[in-house]
Design a protein around this ligand. Structure first.
Ligand SMILES: NC(=O)c1ccc[n+]([C@@H]2O[C@H](COP(=O)([O-])OP(=O)(O)OC[C@H]3O[C@@H](n4cnc5c(N)ncnc54)[C@H](OP(=O)(O)O)[C@@H]3O)[C@@H](O)[C@H]2O)c1
Length: 323
């Protein structure tokens, strides 16, 4: 069993770099995973910029999701054994050769998926489940409007909503990304640079659930695009967190405005979401109805180039690290 490992460190404005570190030891309720692949997510950019600090007790090292093989087990873990292959949602620490996960946040690799594909699932699937399906309570036959439809989150939301029997509209920043959204199951990809998503959504009858990442400049338009009793769920504010809105519309349309962050949730809450995801979403994945969209993969040592691709915004789907 290795005593040391390589991991990625980030410091101030310095490029991401490899460093030696001790292999962590699993505490009670934890598993140690030899990482085969790790997902990159936009929250990693925010953490690196000092705007999304890890919650208390979480590793400083970046990385919210991995897949690989279990090499050690802490006390009180009954489901897993050494040698099992899993993917897991992490509170941090995924950009490394070994990572600790709470046993309850780990899931088996869905049949038919590679470890790279499985590592692309936890952050987006848990987020979409918790926000679109739980807070947003999307029902079959309802309409979902997804902003950032070609993002890691967006490509997952479109497919999960479609598998659930919902109608989906998605916005994206160019025509190619819009066509990808349609290929994944959106009835209409809306190029927000040349088209008005509010008008298109209203013409289609309005949205029952809206998943938003843009924030302030979209809030009034989201309220207008929502159907009566609609649910607007906010998971990021890429263009600002302070908005002025007409509260009367919320009353008249009986709307719900809500949102959440995944990382700050307690371990038992993440374990509960994991069980729901395994029960509901894993069968969709194994039936081929939901498949992670992989934009590109980079070796761990090239994490800086992987971040540059995410920051540049030309990607569609997930950017992955291989270890
Ligand atoms: N609350 C939570 O629990 C939670 C969990 C995970 C992720 N998130 C958030 O969800 C969002 C998507 O995450 P991801 O990892 O899937 O990221 P991602 O793949 O990088 O997608 C972000 C997309 O947003 C669009 N975008 C970027 N900057 C923008 C801006 N200033 N204004 C409008 N659109 C912009 C881009 O699409 P176009 O080229 O089409 O514009 C980009 O592809 C991120 O903001 C992330 O922080 C929240």
């Amino acid at each position: 069993m290795a005593q040391t490992m390589r991991k990625i460190v980030h410091a101030n404005d310095a490029p991401l770099a490899l460093a030696e570190a001790p292999v962590p030891e699993p505490g009670a309720g934890q598993i140690l995973i030899r990482v085969a692949a790790a997902g990159i997510n936009r929250p990693d950019l925010a953490q690196r910029a000092g705007m999304y600090p890890p919650p208390p007790g979480a590793p400083e090292t970046l990385g919210l999701e991995v897949a690989g093989e279990i090499t050690a087990i802490g006390a009180s873990v009954s489901r897993w054994k050494v040698g099992d292959q899993v993917c897991a949602l992490l509170a941090g620490g995924g950009y490394a050769e070994y990572a600790l996960a709470d046993a309850g946040s780990a899931l088996p690799i869905p049949k038919g998926l590679s470890l790279i594909e499985a590592a692309a699932l936890p952050e987006t699937v848990f987020t979409v489940w918790a926000n679109v399906f739980e807070s947003g309570a999307l029902r079959p036959g309802e309409t979902l409007l997804v902003h950032g439809g070609a993002s890691g989150i967006g490509t997952t939301a479109i497919q999960m909503a479609k598998a659930h029997g919902a109608r989906v509209f998605a916005t994206a920043g160019d025509d190619e990304k819009c066509r990808l959204c349609e290929k994944l199951g959106a009835e209409r990809g809306i190029n927000y640079r040349s088209e008005d998503f509010e008008a298109i959504a209203r013409e289609a009858g309005g949205a029952d659930v809206i998943l938003d990442i843009v924030g302030a400049p979209y809030l009034a338009k989201n309220i207008n695009a929502a159907k009566p009793l609609g649910r607007i769920v906010m998971i990021a504010q890429l263009q600002g967190a302070h908005a002025e809105i007409n509260l009367m519309l919320i009353m008249l349309k009986r709307l719900t405005l809500t949102g959440s962050t995944l990382r700050s949730r307690a371990a038992d809450e993440k374990a509960r979401i994991a069980r729901e995801v395994e029960r509901q979403v894993w069968p969709w994945i194994e039936a081929g109805k939901v498949k992670p969209v992989i934009d590109s993969t980079f070796p761990l040592a090239e994490a800086e180039a992987a971040h540059a691709r995410l920051q540049g915004g030309a990607h569609a789907g997930k950017i992955m690290l291989t270890v």
